[in-house]
Design a protein around this ligand. Structure first.
Ligand code: SF4
Length: 150
C-alpha cells in the first residue's frame, strides 16, 4: 500500500521548534508498505525552526503576526503534486497541525483552544477523496490495511 505520512511522525526534525513527533505506532503501521514522507511547511519554503502558526479566519498566521498563508498553500500543493501518478491508499497526518491536522485544529488565538476544522494539506487530500487519519487513529488506518487484498 502507498501511505502518505507526515514526516515529523516518522522522526524527521521538521517541526516548527526544530524537533519531531516520532510515533512508534505510525512507524509500525507503515512497516512493509510504501511510506511517502511529506512536510508541507518545509516544502513551502519555511525554515526549521520557525514560528508556530495557526489558522485564523481562514488564513494561516504565524504567532508573530506574519501572514504565512501563501507558503502553507504552496507547500501543500507541492506535496499534493508528489502524489500525482501514484495510487495513495490513505494518509496518516499529525493531529491538530495547521497543515496536517484533521477534524480539529487550533483556533488562531495561540491559547491552546481547539475548533473543528482541517489543516491546509489535510483539506486538500480530503477534497481529492484520499482518506486521512491522524496518529490518534492508527487502529482505523490498520483496518484499511487488513481489508486490502494487496
Ligand atoms: S507540516 Fe505536517 S509534517 Fe511538517 S512538521 Fe508540521 S505536522 Fe509535521
Amino acid at each position: 500500500m502507498a501511505i502518505l505520512v507526515s514526516a515529523c511522525l516518522l522522526g524527521e526534525n521538521c517541526k516548527w521548534d526544530g524537533g519531531n513527533n516520532r510515533n512508534e505506532r505510525v512507524i509500525a503501521l507503515c512497516a512493509g508498505h510504501e511510506a511517502i514522507p511529506v512536510c508541507p511547511e518545509v516544502a513551502g519554503g519555511l525554515p526549521v525552526p520557525r514560528q508556530p502558526s495557526e489558522i485564523r479566519d481562514g488564513r494561516v498566521m504565524a504567532r508573530d503576526g506574519k501572514d504565512v498563508d501563501a507558503a502553507f498553500r504552496a507547500g501543500a500543493q507541492k506535496c499534493l503534486a508528489l502524489c500525482e501518478g501514484k495510487q495513495i491508499d490513505f494518509a496518516i497526518l499529525k493531529a491538530r497541525s495547521p497543515s496536517c491536522g484533521k477534524g480539529w485544529i487550533y483556533d488562531g488565538s495561540f491559547s491552546g483552544t481547539l475548533v473543528s476544522g482541517d489543516g491546509v494539506f489535510a483539506a486538500m487530500l480530503k477534497a481529492r477523496g484520499i482518506p486521512v487519519f491522524t496518529e490518534d487513529e492508527t487502529d482505523e488506518a490498520a483496518s484499511i490495511i487488513k481489508q486490502c487484498s494487496c
